[in-house]
Design a protein around this ligand. Structure first.
Ligand SMILES: CC(C)(COP(=O)(O)OP(=O)(O)OC[C@H]1O[C@@H](n2cnc3c(N)ncnc32)[C@H](O)[C@@H]1O)[C@@H](O)C(=O)NCCC(=O)NCCS
Ligand SMILES: Nc1ncnc2c1ncn2[C@@H]1O[C@H](COP(=O)(O)OP(=O)(O)OP(=O)(O)O)[C@@H](O)[C@H]1O
Length: 201
């Protein structure tokens, strides 16, 4: 029997950090953020739609998307964020399902979908179990500011664009508290997978 794991959390709580650890269990990970970058490459349908909605000012000189500028726009304006989500999310979802099914067909019995907005977008039906990567809000803010060099205001704006991490914890089947060391988080992941009887493929 196969198990699809939905890995989520809030911005900068450590999803990517935990997702790398699945390598040790030989469980493949499908990264929604990565797919969201692929579907907006020049020539893709979502790329054309973004230009129609946001204008060609949203492009860099080399015609690729100016992600920094688009981020500034959509995290400051909920309506614009919804417009972008409406363009990008269906394409990401389609690619995720295709990749998930390809892994299952090739014999993997466990697959991870790393989806930042899993609960916001009601995507629980795509997975069998959910893991939320948690850190307290002060740690989240500090790690986000350090990683992306954001001001406190910029970081808070991005945190506010998602469901609070405490709400996500309530919805999770399993929680990894990533406030401590990466090794402590790895141990929690290992324990969780064993408790679900998920062994390396
Ligand atoms: C606005 C964009 C261009 C900014 O790009 P940038 O390279 O700076 O950030 P990146 O894509 O690495 O996202 C970083 C984190 O921001 C958060 N985030 C991204 N988009 C959103 C959104 N629409 N709503 C809430 N949080 C978001 C996620 O936690 C994500 O992990 C980009 O985030 C984007 O295209 N967002 C829309 C697609 C989306 O929702 N992606 C997230 C999951 S599919
Ligand atoms: N246990 C930890 N101890 C110290 N730093 C950590 C730990 N886990 C993650 N970090 C750091 O915190 C930052 C955020 O982690 P990461 O990029 O994995 O978060 P994310 O949830 O994937 O973010 P996003 O939602 O933006 O994709 C990174 O700089 C990472 O190196």
């Amino acid at each position: 029997m196969s198990v699809i794991i939905g890995l989520t959390g809030s911005i900068a709580t450590g999803k990517s950090t935990i997702s790398l650890m699945f390598d040790d269990f030989r469980i493949p990970v499908i990264d929604a953020d990565k797919l969201a970058r692929e579907v907006v490459k020049p020539g893709e349908q979502a790329y054309e739609e973004i230009i129609r909605h946001f204008g060609s000012e949203i492009l860099r000189e080399d015609k690729t998307l100016n992600r920094e500028l688009l981020g500034e726009i959509i995290f400051a304006d909920e309506q614009k964020r919804e417009q972008l989500n409406h363009i990008v999310h269906p394409a990401v979802r389609k690619k995720m399902v295709e990749k998930r099914d390809a892994y299952l067909q090739s014999g993997y019995t466990s697959v991870v979908l790393d989806i930042p907005l899993l609960f916001e977008n009601n995507l629980s039906s795509l997975v069998d179990k959910t893991i939320v990567v948690y850190v307290d809000e002060a740690t989240q803010l500090q790690r986000l500011m350090e990683r992306d060099d954001y001001s406190e205001a910029e970081a808070k704006q991005r945190i506010k664009a998602q469901m609070p991490i405490t709400e996500k914890v309530k919805k999770a089947d399993g929680v990894i508290d990533n406030t401590g060391s990466k090794f402590a988080s790895f141990e929690q992941l290992e324990k969780l997978l064993l408790s679900w009887n998920i062994l390396p493929d």
